[in-house]
Design a protein around this ligand. Structure first.
Ligand code: HAM
Length: 442
């Protein structure tokens, strides 16, 4: 047997897929309410986009990218994140959503060659949102509130918002210098990774999880002390708005984030009960990224949600309940009624938009009834010679045990409001002159 690739799990029905659809549905409807439109970019891009965008000294670019040469000799990379592709598309196609501020969201797989563990995968999925074109702190506050709103809508209560600011191109160099001067004296206490970070990306030492490194930087000068006035004012306004909305947060001066493009506001949501990989979403402002990849200076901010981690939270919050019954199983009592049962199921699907299944595998009536029950169908219709002659059948409610006789011609209309369908007949696809439920059919 050929197995799937380590760190790239399958998402399977019924339970997992249903939760994924719930998460996606919640994000889609919520983001639309904030005026975000969906963008879909390819899963691979030119490698250079990520090297320049995310930054050469980052873990992602140095160690984790799935990079390959295609048959044309070009270096391509499976996207490790969605921000660089989103702004690449925005740049390439001009302002594809009208107005000065472009608001987009995306849902899809990302790829990082990390060591798989609970909550960490090599193919994982993100729901991301990007607001491109405004430096206004109001945008920061709205983006953060939208993310908090999503978790709230999903019923996740035990989440914490961590908030920080890391300055901008004007004040970050001095901030970095002061930090490096402090840490150099404590270099011996740092782990091997942080020795490299000290040279390439020193501020990242701040969020190293190792105890020795945490102790070494415990007394380091705080980012907030080195902020320039505009960065200070920006952050104060973001906090003012979050406070006005009653959004609780923890000021976390260690929150530096693992991608180089961030400026000013950075944030993460963590969830209780997830162990080491407890960040369920992260984001921040990236006012320099678009210029880095060859565009005009354009401020922007966004976030991405780690879907697998949110699904873990949803599973923990609500263990799979006894499935809800819906739809109809159209059983045939004898061979004469098999074709008619097949057609009735087709017409119920098309006319009522109801989940409808018939006996595709030539099962006995007993086996069909078992299948109807195990498949959690709400209704079961049994068609036999008598029903075909009378044009009506008993519809059994498998949940309640009750039963009603319904003319076959009315079956779709009867089922639509009861079995979870739309009942508008809009999905009807039928060859010219084809037979319907009420027609000849056999
Ligand atoms: P990130 O912090 O690298 O940010 O990823 C965002 C979220 O994706 C993380 O908080 C985590 O939940 C999830 N995640 C990351 N790596 C893995 C993994 N290997 N397995 C499972 N989940 C993972 C970004 O990607 C930025 N592009 C976010 C952003 C958008 N910033 C501005 N706009």
């Amino acid at each position: 047997m050929i197995r799937g690739v380590r760190g790239a799990p399958d998402i399977l029905p019924p339970d997992s897929t249903a939760l994924w659809q719930r998460l996606e549905g919640a994000a889609r409807s919520l983001f639309a309410a904030y005026d975000y439109a969906e963008i879909r970019t390819p899963v691979f891009e030119r490698t250079e986009l990520f090297v320049r965008g995310i930054g050469e000294g980052t873990d992602i670019v140095e160690k984790e990218m799935y990079t390959f040469q295609d048959k044309g000799g070009e270096s391509l990379t499976l996207r490790p994140e969605g921000t660089a592709p989103a702004v690449r598309a925005w740049l390439e196609h001009g302002q594809f959503v009208k107005g000065a501020l472009t608001k987009v969201y995306y849902i899809g797989p990302m790829f990082r060659h990390e060591r798989p563990q609970a909550g960490r995968f090599r193919q994982f999925h993100q729901i991301g949102a990007e607001a491109i074109g405004s430096a206004s702190p109001e945008v920061d506050a709205e983006v953060i509130e939208m993310l908090g709103h999503l978790f709230c809508a999903l019923g996740l209560r035990d989440v914490t918002l961590h908030l920080n600011t890391i300055g901008d191109a004007a004040c970050r160099p001095a901030m970095r210098e002061r930090f490096v001067a402090y840490v150099r004296d404590r270099k011996d206490a740092l782990c091997a990774d942080c020795h490299v970070r000290l040279e390439k990306n020193p501020l990242r030492i701040m969020d190293c999880k190792r105890e020795g490194c945490q102790a070494a930087v415990a007394g380091a000068p705080k980012a907030a002390e080195s902020l320039c006035d505009p960065c200070r004012a920006h952050f104060a306004r973001v906090r003012e708005l979050l406070d006005a909305m009653g959004m609780p947060y923890v000021l976390n001066e260690r929150l530096v984030r693992g991608l180089d493009y961030y400026t000013r506001t950075t944030f993460e949501f963590t969830a209780a009960g997830l162990g080491a990989q407890n960040a369920i979403a992260g984001g921040g402002r990236y006012d320099g990224l678009i210029e880095t990849i060859g565009g005009p200076p354009t401020p922007a901010i966004g976030f991405a949600v780690g879907m697998e981690r949110v699904i873990l939270c949803l599973k923990a919050a609500a263990p799979p309940a006894e499935g809800r019954r819906d739809g109809v199983y159209v059983a045939n009592a004898d061979a004469v009624s098999a074709t008619r049962a097949f057609l009735v199921a087709r017409d119920v699907r098309a006319d009522a938009g109801v989940r409808a299944v018939s006996n595709l595998e030539g099962r006995s009536l007993k086996a069909q009834l078992r299948q109807a029950d195990q498949g959690l169908f709400r209704y079961c219709v049994i068609l036999g010679e008598r029903e075909l002659q009378s044009g009506a059948a008993a519809v059994k409610d498998l949940g309640q045990g009750s039963q009603e006789t319904v003319p076959l011609a009315d079956l779709a209309a009867w089922l639509a409001p009861r079995a979870g369908g739309h009942g508008r007949g809009e999905a009807r696809v039928r060859a010219e002159g084809g037979a319907g439920t009420g027609g000849a059919g056999e």
